[in-house]
Design a protein. Structure first.
Ligand SMILES: Nc1ncnc2c1ncn2[C@@H]1O[C@H](COP(=O)(O)OP(=O)(O)O)[C@@H](O)[C@H]1O
Ligand SMILES: [Mg+2]
Length: 234
């Protein structure tokens, strides 16, 4: 399998605060790669650096063999990087359907369209005319993922999708991610939920206070209780 995304030696700052210290990893086409780490470890910052919402201070991001470092976020979206933001960014006063249509602003044609989205997300079809702000937290998470899929990304960046969801919604989300994997979707996931990560990921990396400290295939990670205790227990 070939690398679709290369993150090379990224350093990142917010103002004078140094947040990422030489972060490096790569994602292969068709795999689900999970970045794990405690609250504040730097997962969201890493995702924002990859899609250039926050440009890295140094280092490179390479997508499909092309250097994307320093591009504008709309450009990375057009190239096929689809971020599902942790804070969801739903337009609460717009209808569910209008939120979904906004996802097509990447201008990318492909597998996903409204009809197919509704077959994967039946609740969104049922609520399509409702104001998105009236949906439950779990439904809004689904809407955020569906909206990003409407842009036909080549890689889906799912930033802590289980955060704040009920066990029932986490199960729905797990089934969705497993279905996306069956479609050979390339996924970069960030999580704190170890069980969820082990259920859907192929490889796992850990970031701790802005440093990448671990990388392994999921079966190795599954057995590595010491690592889980050290870097992921609360
Ligand atoms: N906009 C911001 N301005 C300043 N500091 C920030 C900002 N966003 C995040 N941080 C800080 O950067 C660090 C990493 O945060 P973040 O990437 O959100 O971690 P995670 O997603 O792993 O919880 C934390 O110390 C956090 O307080
Ligand atoms: Mg985060």
């Amino acid at each position: 399998m070939s690398d679709i995304l290369l993150v090379q030696n990224i350093d990142s700052y917010y103002g004078k605060s140094h947040i990422l210290f030489g972060a490096s990893f790569s994602v292969k086409k068709g795999e689900t790669f999970c970045l794990m780490g405690r609250n504040g470890a730097g997962k969201t910052t890493t995702f924002k650096n990859i899609v250039m919402l926050v440009p890295p201070k140094s280092g490179e991001v390479i997508f499909n063999g092309k250097k994307i470092t320093g591009m504008k976020p709309y450009h990375t979206a057009r190239l096929g990087l689809g971020l599902v933001p942790e804070d969801r960014r739903i337009f609460g006063l717009l209808s569910v359907k209008d939120n979904l249509e906004l996802g097509t602003s990447t201008g990318r044609l492909g597998h996903w369209n409204l009809e197919l989205i509704y077959s994967y997300f039946p609740a969104l079809e049922e609520y399509q005319e409702r104001m998105a702000g009236t949906l439950s937290g779990g439904e809004q998470q689904m809407l955020t993922i569906a909206r990003t899929l409407m842009g036909n990304p080549e890689i889906l960046l799912l930033d802590e999708p289980t955060e704040g969801l009920s066990p029932v919604m986490i199960k729905v989300l797990k089934d969705l991610v497993l279905k996306l994997k069956e479609l050979n979707t390339t996924i970069l996931l960030s999580e704190q939920n170890i069980k969820f990560s082990m259920a859907v990921s192929d490889r796992v990396a850990i970031i701790d206070r802005g440093h990448m400290v671990y990388e392994a295939d999921v079966d190795t990670f599954r057995k590595d209780d010491e690592i889980k205790m050290k870097y992921l227990s609360v």
